[in-house]
Design a protein around this ligand. Structure first.
Ligand code: EPU
Length: 420
């Protein structure tokens, strides 16, 4: 029996939604916590299945994990053991690769299976591994396992060919206990990187420059437990901004950092979306006539690749032509194939897609082929005529906390059913 999400379109959204803690920060903060020698309490943890998978891996390693209340997690690695990570949870998510940097940093040795995650085309981890090697580790890949081992980890200068989020965070974690100074050049600047550096610094690490393209890490000998609150999820927030533009009478998206969403807010304004931006919230009066726009995905602060898929659903409701150029994951357009089923006029090109609007959308049976494709289909379902059935909803549950609950409270007709 597989679960599907069903949405009856056409019910206007109204009210306020509180955004949860950032998934892509959380999935790095949890592995980072094992670098401490005492309990780390993280609050604002979103209730998503990626967190459950990481908790399974922590328990495999003998780490004490306690979930407190709605959104607190206590991670105590005092009794942990550095065993090989080959649990099926490793391949359930991409971010299991953060255990490479964390375990290498702490024990100078790690053995684990290949990480998984959404299929968005090839997602190599060569830059992570080159970073570990530059710090003094030897990397072998044999019979499905990465074996990464160092006699000593020694700080050095590492230039990333691509400003990779994952490689920046992984190298930062491997370098916190290294001897001397590690400098990461052409580092990624995403807000989630600042959040991980903040946690590590609270634990006692010496990391400067996170959020710029040069990060300097001075190795320390001891890291201790601490308390940390996760930043709001800019991708969940962006998804709700797009939903509001598509389907809300008036909706406030709260507990956000609007600065993290500048590239999306600018595009929505260019499309003609009526909004007020406040200090920690945005209010949108949606369902207004929209104009087509062009976007090109880029590393932060450019337009986030994770938001281009949800935006394609809104583009179907804009007059004229919209074009998406994808520079991070050229194959990230499965959502357009699903949207076509619902009536979209979408043409996929090389690392790009063109959407002509405005076209009505009709409920159909569609598949969430990956997390953000799922978000795009939920948005399409909210505006479509009739009922949309979304399959493979586990992708959505990996990254959106209580999506159905939040939408129901805003007035959407959304429910789950068990399908044969
Ligand atoms: N890349 C390499 N070699 C590497 C690492 C990356 O060639 O060793 C390439 C990738 O193939 C891609 C580009 O560099 O073309 C950027 O990839 P990056 O490493 O920045 O991505 P990531 O760390 O694997 C994170 C998020 C993704 C998000 C990207 C880009 C997590 C767990 N994942 O992935 O989030 O799309 O950054 O911002 O933080 C999502 O949330 O739906 C999602 C996929």
């Amino acid at each position: 029996m597989k679960e599907v999400i069903k949405i009856e379109g056409g019910h206007p959204l109204k009210g306020e939604v509180m955004i949860s803690g950032a998934k892509n920060a959380t999935v790095a903060l949890i592995p980072a916590a094992i670098l401490a020698n005492g309990p780390v309490t993280i609050c604002g943890v979103p209730n998503i299945s990626d967190v459950q998978s990481l908790s399974v891996l922590l328990k495999e390693l003998g780490v004490f994990v306690l979930v407190k209340g709605n959104d607190h997690i206590v991670i105590d690695p005092t009794e942990m053991k550095n065993i090989a990570l080959d649990h099926p949870a490793v391949s359930k998510l991409r971010a299991s690769y953060y255990f490479m940097g964390a375990l290498l940093g702490k024990y100078k040795e790690v053995r684990m299976k290949m990480p998984g995650g959404c299929y968005l085309g090839p997602r190599p981890i060569d830059l992570h591994l080159k970073g570990f090697e530059a710090l003094g580790a030897k990397v072998d890949y044999e019979k499905g396992y990465y074996n990464i081992k160092a006699e000593r980890l020694v700080g050095t200068k590492i230039f990333l060919d691509i400003s990779s989020v994952g490689a920046t965070i992984n190298i930062m974690m491997a370098a916190v206990y290294a001897e001397g100074r590690t400098t990461i050049e052409n580092a990624a600047k995403e807000p989630e990187i600042i959040d991980v550096a903040t946690l590590l610094n609270k634990m006692g690490a010496k990391i400067r420059g996170a959020g710029t393209n040069v990060i300097k890490i001075d190795g320390v000998k001891e890291l201790s437990g601490c308390f940390h609150e996760i930043i709001p999820d800019r991708i969940e927030a962006g998804t709700f901004l797009i939903m509001a533009a598509a389907a809300a009478e008036e909706m406030t998206i709260s507990n956000i950092i609007p600065q993290h969403l500048e590239s999306l807010i600018a595009k929505l304004q260019e499309m003609g979306v009526d909004m007020d931006v406040d200090v920690d919230s945005v209010t949108i009066r949606g369902r207004k006539p929209l104009r087509g726009v062009d976007i090109k995905t880029l590393p932060y602060p450019g337009f986030a690749t994770d938001l281009q898929q949800p935006l394609t659903a809104l583009m179907t409701q804009a007059e004229g032509e919209s074009k998406v150029i994808e520079t991070i994951y050229p194959e990230r357009f499965k959502n357009c194939i699903e949207l076509q089923r619902m009536g979209a006029d979408a043409e996929i090109g090389t690392a790009s897609c063109t959407i002509k609007g405005k076209t009505p959308l009709y409920g159909d049976v569609v598949t969430a082929t990956d997390l953000r494709c799922g978000a795009a289909l939920v948005i399409a379902g909210l505006i479509a005529e009739g009922v949309t059935t979304i399959q493979e909803v586990y992708h959505i549950d990996r990254g959106y906390c209580d999506l159905d609950g939040k939408l129901s409270r805003l007035g959407a007709k959304i429910w789950r059913e068990q399908a044969e």
